[in-house]
Write a protein that binds this ligand. Structure first.
Ligand SMILES: [Zn+2]
Length: 365
């Protein structure tokens, strides 16, 4: 427990540092890269460049800024920071879409061509969008791969769905609140460097979101303490929670979706059924975007509950609902996990995700 508290305190000090008004070295303050975050397939140029340009957007004339984002959790974070300013945030990946295989339509090229700042997760998630960005972004526009900028190579997680030999780590760092605090800092600094007149309003929004991040983190630690230790095991279909599991002490006993996003082999299924029985986990988890008859079969044959409602980057509720937000997504997923594994999620349910901020973001449907 002491270790957890210490990490939370580190997170809080990061917020305080980031709010100190020194926005000249944003990425340095979060990543301290003794190891440079690097790119994929042996080509380090793309993401090194992205990390650098993320820090060096030149101030713009006027009082508007067009920001384009990829997946909805990033759209929510950027849109909430932008509330009350002339910054406009437009998401590109429709909710309920498989973001890992999303092929951008021509309309995305137009959005990228008009953007002043493009915010993507990186870590190999949106390569087709990055290709289109490289071909279409205007001079002086900034590309910011936030995940690649803040998750060090030594922190990357490889697994069954994202194997090391393919060179791309598991990209789902946005489901881990402490990582998201770093995401938020990078996005805030990129925005306010390009449009300095927004610093005060964006900072006010930043403080509210960073408090929510710390509240969710503390509540997940509290709630996890109520989950029997033998139950702190995750078998998921789509592998969205490896960074979360490492943070809160859950063991990933398996993820089912192969790298190809096809179904696993019968031999893989048989061995997972045996593993679920042997480890006596109370539940296995599917997700809304990836309905999985295979996982349902594993649950049935192993005699455990199949929970098929976890969300990856598809925000809960309707656009304009307070829970249609990054915070709403995390609270929903964490409550679902904790309760299905036999814990008490009341600390998580008590976290207020309605920040009283109407995000300034467009979510494609
Ligand atoms: Zn995913």
């Amino acid at each position: 427990m002491r270790k957890n508290v210490a990490v939370v305190l580190v997170g809080l000090s990061l917020v305080l540092t980031a709010c100190s008004g020194d926005s000249s070295t944003p990425a340095d303050s979060v990543s301290q890269p003794s190891e440079q975050p690097a790119g994929f397939d042996g080509d380090t140029s793309t993401s090194d460049e992205a990390t650098a340009t993320c820090k060096s957007g030149a101030p713009r004339e006027g009082d508007t800024l067009k920001v384009v984002t990829s997946v909805s959790p990033l759209t929510s974070l950027a849109g909430t920071l932008a509330a009350g300013t002339g910054i406009e945030v437009t998401g590109l990946v429709p909710e309920g879409t498989n973001s890992h295989t999303f092929e951008p339509p021509p309309s995305v090229a137009k959005e990228l061509a008009e953007a002043d700042l493009v915010v993507v997760n990186g870590l190999g998630l949106e390569d087709p969008i990055l290709e289109m960005a490289a071909a279409n972004m205007k001079d002086g526009a900034v590309l910011c791969e936030v995940g690649t900028a803040v998750i060090l190579r030594s922190e990357w997680i490889f697994d069954f769905s994202f194997p090391q030999e393919a060179g791309r780590p598991n990209p789902h760092a946005w489901t881990n609140p402490p990582s998201v605090l770093s995401y938020l800092t990078v996005i805030r600094d990129a925005m306010t460097q390009m449009l300095p007149s927004t610093i005060q309003v964006v900072d006010e929004n930043y403080v509210k979101v960073s408090k929510l991040i710390n509240d969710l983190d503390a509540a997940m630690i509290t709630a996890t303490d109520t989950v029997p230790v033998r139950n702190r095991k995750l078998l998921t279909y789509h592998d969205s929670f490896p960074y979360t599991a490492r943070r809160y002490g859950y063991e990933i006993i398996g993820a089912i979706q192969p790298q190809s996003f096809s179904d696993p082999t019968p031999a893989d299924v048989a061995s997972l059924i045996k593993q679920v029985k042997d480890e006596q986990v109370p539940a296995v988890f599917g997700s809304e975007v990836f309905p999985s008859p295979v996982l349902e079969q594993i649950g049935k044959e192993a005699g455990v509950r199949y929970v098929d409602t976890l969300r990856d980057d598809d925000l809960p509720g309707e656009v304009d609902d307070p829970e249609h937000s990054w915070g709403g997504l995390m609270r929903y997923d964490f409550v679902t996990i904790v309760e299905a594994l036999g814990g008490d999620a009341s600390a998580l349910k008590a976290v207020e995700v309605d920040l009283g901020i109407k995000d300034k973001a467009y979510y494609p449907q």
